[in-house]
Design a protein around this ligand. Structure first.
Ligand SMILES: [Ca+2]
Ligand SMILES: [Ca+2]
Length: 499
């Protein structure tokens, strides 16, 4: 409701800047139904004379002879320019009626008088609906506008035809639908439109008169009056609707007024909110159990409920993200554990298997350490060196065997047993030398065999020299020795033949 009011106000204020600002003035208007209050008074208006107000309309005059009545706005208009629409009916039994009805905008409130139920010498505007043709010109009913500065009397004898600003011939009596007269005064221009009540279309207006350079009072009272004479009509006013017209130049003043109204409505809204809160508290205090049953949801507006739903949804999302974070932490922990175990395995460090289920017995990982590998390589190199030494010794033996064989050859060719004793000594020396060498070789081999065992895997057999090579060498030496012994036996046998 408050928002609607604000929208209405703003829509009224912010119209096209080149056009006047139009605002409905409810304090200068009335309209049925429910036109009167319980005491039969009309808000902001008063009726006098023979006027009778009902719920639907104000009967200014009944259709009785010589009746005069009027209805006047209590307060003068605070605006200079206006547009008023007066809805009325003039009904009578006869073909001719009287006297007529007048719409007023005068400097002071009218009183009972001879001009259609109001006073003469008025100051301001009168739009007169003259029913009776006083001058017999056959030009009535007639509608005309008059502006009086308070010095002129209305000339009934000629129906004011010489005094009027303008007018139009319209039959406004006994129409099916109410007559609507729209009187506009804006920027010194007076315009009167008439809806003759031939149709139910409320906007079916036609121009009756338009007069420029009209000067009306800066402030005045709105009113309607009517009168009957020898003939009588019912003059019923159904509505009086007033709009103020504010030129664009005076926008600031009007905006200020609107701003004041806005503040007023805002304050009313705040008060209402406070009252609502107070009522809520009182209800909760008086009915704590019911308040608990109803819950706060009942007091929430649509926006609050949506906010709460969003809040709950976000809480749920937050909770899920937290769970995911926990699970990620767990996964990270497990990954780190696996990584540490893998690195322990690669470095050959013993790793506890489980937490005590293995009875605290460590599991040895059967891997070769770095220093053990280096030791194997060193042994390998040492064995190779020993093998080379053996080969050197064998070469030496082979050479010496060759020398012996050539020496024996020379002895055999030279003949004679003269050198027999010297040869035996030489041979025994060589044999002794061979035995010495063999002993050295055996010692070396023994040393090699007795070298500290590494306790790990033996180097590859292909690179292991000692056993095979050793036995080959032994075999070669044995063959040489056996060969030598056979050779010597043969020599001895041959020598026995010569001796
Ligand atoms: Ca007349
Ligand atoms: Ca006339």
């Amino acid at each position: 409701m408050f928002l609607k009011t604000l929208l209405c106000i703003s829509s009224v204020i912010f119209v096209n800047a080149s056009l006047p600002k139009i605002k409905f003035e409810y304090k200068y208007s009335f309209k049925g139904p429910h036109l009167i209050q319980a005491d039969r008074s009309i808000p902001f208006w008063e009726y006098t004379g023979d006027a009778i107000a009902s719920d639907e309309n104000i009967r200014i005059t009944p259709s009785l002879r010589s009746k005069r009545g009027a209805v006047w706005c209590k307060n003068p208009a605070t605006f200079e320019h206006f547009s008023i629409e007066v809805v009325f009916k003039v009904t009578g039994r006869g073909r001719v009626g009287a006297d007529g009805l007048a719409i007023w905008f005068t400097e002071s409130k009218g009183i009972d008088g001879p001009v259609f139920g109001s006073n003469d010498y008025w100051k301001g505007l009168a739009v007169i609906f003259d029913s009776f043709d006083n001058d017999a010109q056959h030009n009535n009913p007639y509608i005309s506008a008059f502006v009086n500065d308070g010095t002129h009397t209305f000339e009934h004898q000629n129906d004011g035809s010489t005094q009027q600003l303008g007018g139009c011939l319209r039959d406004f009596r006994n129409k099916q639908f109410p007559i609507r007269a729209k009187v506009e005064y804006y920027e010194r221009v007076l315009t009167v439109f008439i809806n003759s009540g031939l149709t139910n279309n409320k906007d079916d207006f036609e121009l009756c008169l338009r007069v420029e350079n009209v000067q009306l009072p800066k402030s005045g009272f709105f009113g309607v009056s009517a009168a009957t004479g020898g003939l009588a009509d019912d003059h019923d006013v159904l509505a009086f609707l007033t709009h103020s017209l504010v030129p664009p130049g005076q926008q600031a003043v009007e905006t200020k007024v609107a701003e004041d109204e806005r503040k007023k409505y805002e304050k009313e809204f705040e008060d209402y909110q406070k009252q609502l809160e107070q009522a809520k508290k009182e209800f909760q205090e008086q009915h704590p159990e019911k308040a608990k049953e109803i819950g706060n949801d009942q007091y929430m507006g649509q926006g609050d409920r949506e906010l709460q739903m969003i809040f709950e949804g976000q809480n749920l999302i937050h909770q899920n993200i937290r769970d995911l974070s926990h699970k990620l932490d767990e996964l990270l922990g497990r990954q780190e554990l696996v990584l540490s175990r893998v690195s322990s395995l690669s470095s050959g460090v013993q790793v506890p298997q489980g937490s005590g289920s293995q009875g605290g017995q460590p599991a040895m990982i059967d891997t070769i350490k770095r220093h053990e590998v280096e030791r194997v390589f060193n042994n390998h190199a040492e064995l190779l060196k020993e093998a080379r030494d053996i080969r050197t010794v064998l070469n030496d033996v082979q050479y010496k065997a060759g020398v012996i064989q050539s020496g024996l050859g020379q002895v055999h060719q030279g003949g004679g047993a003269t050198g027999g004793g010297g040869l035996n000594a030489q041979m025994s020396m060589i044999m002794h030398e061979l035995q010495e060498n063999l002993r050295n070789v055996r010692t070396d081999v023994t040393n090699l065999v007795q070298q500290p065992h590494i306790g790990t895997a033996c180097p590859p057999p292909t690179s292991c020299v000692s056993p095979v090579l050793f036995f080959i060498a032994i075999g070669i030496q044995l063959v040489i020795i056996v060969g030598y012994l056979i050779y010597r036996q043969n020599k001895d046998a041959q020598a026995k033949k010569f001796y």
